[in-house]
Design a protein around this ligand. Sequence first.
Ligand SMILES: [Mg+2]
Length: 135
Amino acid sequence: MVVLLTWMVVLGGRLLAKILIVDDTKLMREKLNQIINKNNHEVAGEADNGNKAIQLYRELKPDLVTMDITMPEMSGLEATKVIRGEFPDARIIMCSAMGQHKIIVEAIEAGAKDFILKPFDDCQVIEAINRALKS
Ligand SMILES: [Mg+2]
């Protein structure tokens, strides 16, 4: 049974990734945690501001980051610029309730691969994650 499941995972081309969750709201981190685990990816760590996100990125070298924008101490936009400056291949998905065109453009310019508008549903998150992993 285990062997069969492993084959299915391989044959299905599923990419299992270590993901860093960055959001200052505990409830949002819990929701993302659930979505990630349910889809067989792994939560590498969690941060609640941009500074901690940078520190954890350096320590954990995750395959992907979900990044909130509005956070205390340092915003997700600033943290994304720093992380992408150090790690040009970093895959960062912005996840924010601020969906103004200007903010989305800023996020992409900072180096984000995708932008998910809150409130989101599970499918949107997992599709964005899988899309970014293939890039
Ligand atoms: Mg926030």
